[in-house]
Design a protein around this ligand. Structure first.
Ligand code: SIN
Length: 177
C-alpha cells in the first residue's frame, strides 16, 4: 500500500529512501521550530544540537515536501527519526505542479512533541543560532543542517521567518570566524 509522507526538515533535502513521487505540500496549523534536541544526528547525548520539530500554530501553513512511499520505508524512517519523533497522522495539501491548486490527502509526518527526552523548547534567536553554530554530530554540523534547510525552502519559494533569521545569524557567525 502507498502512503503520503510530509517532510518539513531534513526530509525535504535528504531523501535517503525510495519514493514514487515528490511534490511541494503543506499542512495547516503547524509551525516549524528549532526546538528539538539532536543527540544522534547533529549533536551528541552530552552536547545535543538543535533541529526542527512542528508546534501547533493557528493560521499558519507549514510548507514542505510530500513523498508517496511504500509502507516498507517506515522501518528505516522510524529509526532515522527515533530521537523523540512520533509518526503522526495529518491531512496534507498537495500542490499541483503548475500552481497553487491543492489536493487534500491523508498522510503522516514525524513530530517531536514537548516533553520528549530530547526536547529543548524555545529560546532567543541569538541563543539558538549560537547553539547551532557550535554543534555537530554523526550526520555533520548543525549549521549545515540549518543552511541546507534554508536553501531547500528557498528553492521551494517558501518564506519561513524563523529559519531565515537563524540562517542569517549563523552565516554571520561563520563569517566572523
Ligand atoms: C522532517 O524532516 O520532516 C522531520 C525532521 C527532520 O528529520 O529534520
Amino acid at each position: 500500500m502507498k502512503h503520503w509522507l510530509f517532510g518539513y526538515g531534513s526530509l525535504i533535502w535528504h531523501a535517503d529512501f525510495p519514493h514514487h513521487e515528490r511534490r511541494p505540500a503543506a499542512i495547516p496549523g503547524w509551525a516549524r521550530r528549532f526546538w528539538q534536541g539532536s543527540h544522534d544526528h547533529r549533536g551528541t547525548p552530552d552536547s545535543p544540537g538543535r533541529v526542527v520539530t512542528l508546534v501547533p500554530a493557528d493560521d499558519t501553513l507549514c510548507v514542505g515536501v510530500a513523498y508517496q512511499v511504500d509502507g516498507a520505508v517506515f522501518e528505516h524512517l522510524d529509526h532515522r527519526e527515533k530521537n523523540g519523533y512520533e509518526r503522526v497522522t495529518v491531512d496534507i495539501h498537495l500542490f499541483d505542479e503548475g500552481g497553487g491548486r491543492r489536493r487534500l490527502v491523508p498522510g503522516v509526518t514525524y513530530i517531536a512533541p514537548p516533553g520528549n527526552d530530547a526536547f529543548l523548547g524555545p529560546a532567543e534567536p541569538d541563543e539558538i543560532a549560537a547553539h547551532i553554530a557550535r554543534s555537530s554530530g554523526p550526520s555533520g554540523s548543525n549549521a549545515d543542517y540549518l543552511l541546507e534547510l534554508a536553501a531547500a525552502l528557498e528553492a521551494l519559494n517558501v518564506e519561513d521567518g524563523h529559519v531565515t533569521e537563524l540562517a542569517s545569524r549563523v552565516a554571520l557567525r561563520r563569517q566572523a570566524g
